[in-house]
Design a protein around this ligand. Structure first.
Ligand code: CR6
Length: 841
């Protein structure tokens, strides 16, 4: 690593390089300096937003010092690095996290108090960085936190969307989408105008033999769009490591091409080009588990893959190593198939630009990439039409065909008798138009493929990728069960619980080694401890009740059982099952005598989540939940016994309030459909019980915490296919209790019954694909068991503590170590020395 500053002048640099604040006075001085100079505000016009900005800038400076050192350390160490390619990073807020990770939250709290502010109000000023849809994007954010905390040299690569996931409002019970322009003031990013990549689209391919008789392939003309890097620091917890998340922003290339247009008087069309270029990184596609095949989305994918790959290759070339060492220095993980074009792009760079032979290049490519699959739902598996790729990326299509040809030839050689196999494993689907199956390309171009929970990883081997297990053998396929970062999802979201745990087990070490939670088990009978445990849950429920009061304008009783389902709205996640259950309960209450009602456990049913703007059925479910709430919440027969709340605009920062407040949360997908789920882990880690199906990570949660500590119900994944078949061909009848619920809706109890017709007919007439009727009985019975169990608060708290004590497995630190050992082959960096230096200064 070279420096541009001559040796004898470096002393001045060292003398003046900032150290970062550590004391309260230093913090205040930094914050006030930023408020008065960076923001040009004063004591007389410093509102909470300005105080937030000053605080954020002070912490940002601190992070940057460590960030610079980390990058230097990683360059010097010259070890293999991991690059995590994800179209989504659902980061949420950064300030609170930064404060906790550098261990200076209390300093900031006292400093802000001196300056006249409450730290909670300041934290609440920050806009969520909502560059993701749901679980997949949040998983990427948890992974970044773990990679930094564990001192891995790892970078995230993504897109800097101008608009993140839309904001949700509910108007007259319907979801309305509002654009999320989040970049107004974002102190957490550093534009790197000196780091850019020109990305090419369209054009044509010129193949010729040069004077030396070498085949040359060149991709010519078309359109150039420039990718500019924006870097976001990612601090680890209790370590000097600050990793980098690099997000690309698109703008028109400033090349001669455009100047030519300006000069020839085509001002308007030049400006239009510019806008078209900026459109590429303008907006996050708001679909979760659904692919739509839009050209702009393909452009986003290639733009981001090309920029990231050229950046990575540039860094590798600086090391002056041989190409054969590429995969000793670089591991790239594909978060779902969205970055699959990176495989093709690396092959293109190596063959067309660097002049390597095809086979040599392909060996490098396949030993570099790993691919994570996150779904078996057919509607979510990406396919791009051949004509679309042909037009946008003509050279890439040729490379895809070549990869496919070579692959199919090798399959043909090994399985000469199995003619159908070739068609089944071909990257190209012979449809009209032909389609490129991205998951197949990802498998063929990677050395490992993993699912995200045991059941899911088994399912991909027996269903969607069955033929590839035949071709490659089972070892290429593996499992890494998802996890969550305990820093954000316990320490930050539930500070009192974190403190209580630390006081019992002696330190906060569990935040770095979550298995230490098992030291809680000996205290399950400790009366005082259980009391405090219950008090904290209650306080968290009070906090959520206050949130409901301020956002919805009505009160709920914090003593009631809080039953929460927050996640994207999707038929497979079955919020409809939940709301039908609520209606069933409502009808039961209505038919009871006052004496019977007295015996009931009061319940607050909380829902939250966004529907994809074009997903009409999901929007209908939201509408029904809101209409049921309107009726139930003001029914005097019901009173406190049942409240139905739809919380608007569910996002990461709201989850931090909602998750710690649950008594029960719902993870009730049709068995075999939810690849993992991660909110299930968050709720249990915060002392909530769960009601769930035997699906995704629920199965492993059960194994860890014990069957007596979870409320399971419903059909098993191995029975789903037969049940579906039976719906169409057997003597199928809808569950009679569910029919009563439908009758209640059809009577107009919740307003215009026509509005909900499709929800009902989907079950009654169209085969009930998600098995709502099949699972309805067992769901309702299990809810009754929950009521009974809740009456015995002492036993409930025992379950709660026992479950938390056994949740160690679900930390994302464990996932990252598994990926590092079994897929990436990378080692953490030693930071002991750096820690010592920090402690001394
Ligand atoms: N929608 C799965 O559905 C899983 C996450 C993260 C999902 C969910 O069960 O926990 O990924 N899949 O692995 C996709 O996004 C394709 C998700 O979030």
């Amino acid at each position: 690593v070279e420096s541009s500053i001559p040796e004898h002048m470096r002393e001045a640099w060292k003398k003046f390089s900032p150290k970062g604040f550590t004391t309260k006075d230093e913090f205040e001085s930094e914050a006030v300096k930023h408020i008065e100079t960076t923001l040009a505000r004063s004591l007389f016009n410093c509102d909470e937003l300005a105080a937030y900005s000053g605080t954020a800038l002070a912490f940002r400076d601190r992070l940057i010092i460590d960030w610079n050192k980390t990058q230097q350390r990683q360059s010097f160490a010259d070890q293999k690095r991991l690059y995590y390619l994800s179209l989504e990073f659902l980061m949420g807020r950064a300030l609170d996290n930064a404060m906790l990770n550098v261990g200076l939250k209390n300093v900031a709290k006292d400093g802000l108090a001196d300056l006249g502010f409450r730290i909670e109000d300041i934290i609440a000023q920050e806009h969520d960085a909502a560059l993701g849809n749901g679980g997949l994007g949040r998983l990427a954010a948890c992974f970044l936190d773990s990679m930094a905390t564990l001192n891995y040299a790892a970078w995230g690569y993504g897109l800097r969307y101008r608009y993140g996931i839309f904001k949700q409002e509910i108007q007259d019970g319907y979801q309305v989408e509002i654009p999320d322009y989040w970049l107004d003031f974002n102190p957490w990013e550093f534009p790197r105008h000196d780091v850019s990549v020109d990305v090419q689209f369209y054009g044509w391919v010129n193949k010729y033999t040069n004077d030396e008789g070498k085949q040359i392939v060149s991709w010519q003309d078309g359109e150039i769009v420039t990718a500019t890097a924006y870097d976001v620091p990612v601090p680890g917890y209790g370590t000097p490591t600050v990793n980098n998340l690099r997000l690309w922003s698109s703008k028109a290339s400033s090349g001669e091409f455009d100047f030519a247009k300006f000069n020839s008087g085509e001002y308007e069309s030049a400006v239009a080009d510019e806008q078209r270029a900026e459109t590429i990184s303008a907006v996050l596609y708001p679909n979760d588990n659904l692919e739509r095949g839009k050209e702009l989305r393909l452009k986003q994918q290639y733009f981001w893959c090309a920029a990231s790959l050229h950046d990575i290759v540039r860094r590798f070339k600086k090391s002056k190593r041989k190409w054969s060492e590429f995969s000793d220095q670089v591991a790239i993980q594909l978060n779902d198939t969205h970055p699959t074009l990176a495989i093709v792009e690396l092959q293109r760079i190596l063959v067309d630009m660097e002049g390597l032979g095809w086979d040599e290049a392909w060996t490098i490519v396949t030993s570099t990439f790993g691919y994570t699959n996150h779904t078996v739902l057919p509607e979510a598996l990406e396919k791009w039409s051949v004509p679309l790729i042909q037009n946008l990326l003509p050279r890439h299509l040729q490379i895809i065909y070549e990869i496919n040809l070579q692959f199919l030839q090798s399959v043909e050689k090994r399985f000469p008798k199995d003619r159908d196999l070739l068609g089944r494993v071909s990257i190209i689907e012979e449809s009209q138009p032909k389609m490129v199956r991205m998951a197949y390309l990802a498998i063929i171009g990677s050395h490992k493929v993993n699912g995200v929970a045991e059941l899911h990883s088994d399912l991909i081997k027996t269903t969607i990728f069955k033929d590839f297990v035949k071709v490659y053998g089972p070892d290429k396929f593996t499992n890494v069960t998802n996890g969550i970062t305990p820093r954000r999802w316990l320490h930050q979201a539930n500070p009192r619980l974190s403190e209580l745990i630390a006081s019992k087990i002696g330190s906060y070490e569990f935040l770095k080694d979550l298995t230490l939670l098992n030291k809680l088990e000996p205290f399950v009978d400790d009366k005082e401890f259980k009391k405090e445990w219950a008090e904290i849950k209650y306080a968290n429920k009070v906090r959520l009740a206050q949130h409901i009061q301020t956002t919805k304008g009505y009160s709920v009783n914090p003593k009631a059982l809080f039953d929460i389902q927050v996640k994207r709205i999707h038929e497979y996640k079955r919020q409809q099952l939940n709301i039908f259950g609520v209606i069933h309960r409502y009808m039961a209450i209505k038919s009871m005598s006052p004496e019977e009602r007295k015996k009931l456990v009061p319940r607050v049913s909380v829902f939250g989540g966004k529907a994809a703007p074009g997903y009409w059925m999901a929007k209908t479910i939201i509408h029904l939940i809101n209409k049921v709430g309107e009726v139930v919440n003001k029914d005097p027969d019901v009173g406190d016994l049942l409240k139905v709340v739809f919380l608007e605009d569910y996002n990461v920062s709201k989850a931090e309030i909602i998750v710690p407040a649950s008594d029960i949360s719902e993870h009730i997908s049709t068995a075999g459909t939810e690849a993992s789920g991660t909110s299930n882990m968050k709720f249990v880690l915060n002392g909530g019980m769960i009601i769930g199906t035997l699906d995704g990570a629920n199965i492993e949660i059960t194994r860890e915490i014990g069957e007596q500590n979870i409320f399971l119900f419903g059909n098993l994944s191995e029975d789903v296919e037969d049940l579906r078949h039976h719906h169409f061909y057997g003597d199928y009848k809808v569950n009679p209790e569910l029919v009563k619920v439908f009758d209640c809706i059809k009577k107009g109890t919740f307003g215009d019954e026509g509005a909900f017709g499709a929800l009902i007919s989907g079950i009654v007439e169209h085969g009930d694909y998600y098995l709502v009727s099949d699972d309805f009985n067992s769901y309702c019975q299990t809810q009754d068991l929950i009521d009974e169990a809740y009456k015995d608060q002492d036993a409930w708290v025992t379950k709660s503590i026992t479950s938390v004590a056994r949740m160690g497995f679900f930390t994302s630190d464990r996932c990252i170590n598994e990926y590092a050992d079994t897929i990436w082959n990378i080692e953490p960096l030693d930071v002991a020395e750096e820690k010592e230096v920090r402690a001394r200064t």
